[in-house]
Design a protein around this ligand. Structure first.
Ligand code: ZN
Length: 182
């Protein structure tokens, strides 16, 4: 049984489409084909594909920090069309940066005997980083597909890749490791 899950973080209309409320820029579009490829490979191997998706309430306290985005019931909160979930995939809504905060992600992984996560999506320095941090604190192995994560802030993206590798012990895979493994 596969013990790794592919995790696709926040590839939502509001983050990855130009008209979105909190568009992350071209870097977020470049990774779409890479994530498609990862998803194809994972499904082909029988690995679980998990979507972690911001789904905020209209008055969410996070909107003190960031402009409103991914509000439940709006199109902006939907996964972008290119990466639409398939039957058998799991979609887990979250209201905080970490996919583990107030969700059943940990329970879902344990039920399935999954011991490792392979992370893709946006933003490298926010939801990817804090999901990875919680995963590591809970004892999961973490791989980061370095050319399938992105941020609106390139400097923060590179810093986060190093932090993921050097502090959290995440294994970097993919074509571009951002110097994280050097
Ligand atoms: Zn959010």
């Amino acid at each position: 049984m596969a013990t790794t899950a592919l995790v696709i973080v926040d590839m939502l209309v509001d983050f990855v489409e130009e008209s979105g409320k909190l568009y992350c820029g071209p870097a977020a579009r470049v990774i779409i084909p890479r994530i498609q490829e990862e998803a194809r490979r994972a499904r082909g191997k029988g690995e679980m594909v998990i979507y972690l998706c911001d789904r905020h309430r209209a008055d969410d306290s996070e909107f003190g920090l960031f402009p409103p985005h991914a509000v439940e019931g709006t199109r902006g909160a939907e996964v972008c069309g290119e990466l639409a979930p398939l039957p058998g995939d799991r979609v887990i809504a979250k209201r905080r940066f970490s996919g583990f905060a107030g969700t059943d992600l940990d329970l879902t992984l344990r039920e399935q005997g999954i011991a490792g996560l392979r992370l893709t999506g946006v933003c490298t320095n926010i939801c990817v980083l804090y999901t990875a941090a919680d995963a590591r604190m809970l004892g999961y192995a973490v791989d980061v597909v370095a050319d399938a994560v992105a941020s609106f802030d390139d400097e923060a993206h590179r810093w986060a890749l190093r932090e993921l590798a050097k502090t959290l012990g995440a294994r970097m895979t993919g074509g571009e490791t951002g110097g994280a493994t050097q």
